[in-house]
Ligand binder design. Structure first.
Ligand SMILES: [Zn+2]
Length: 76
């Protein structure tokens, strides 16, 4: 049986983006900046500058939305 692919709201993010997490950081802020991308993602709390490394899957699950994207013109 074929499983239907459900197109959920696509979470796209890139290095330098400010994202909102579902869970609030103990410092009271829930805004995180993506400072490293790879198999694991390093995010830095905007409030207290504390950074954590979390697996990509977990990050995508815990991320609510991208608040600010650093959409720079890198073309040409
Ligand atoms: Zn914090």
């Amino acid at each position: 049986m074929m499983r239907e692919m459900v197109q959920v709201e696509r979470k796209s993010f890139q290095l330098g983006d400010i994202v909102q997490m579902k869970k609030q950081h103990p410092c009271g802020s829930n805004e995180m900046e993506i400072i490293r991308m790879g198999m694991d993602i390093r995010i830095k709390c905007v409030g207290c500058k504390h950074s954590v490394l979390i697996p990509r899957a977990k990050f995508e699950k815990n991320m609510k939305k991208v608040l600010r994207s650093v959409e720079e013109d890198t073309q040409s």
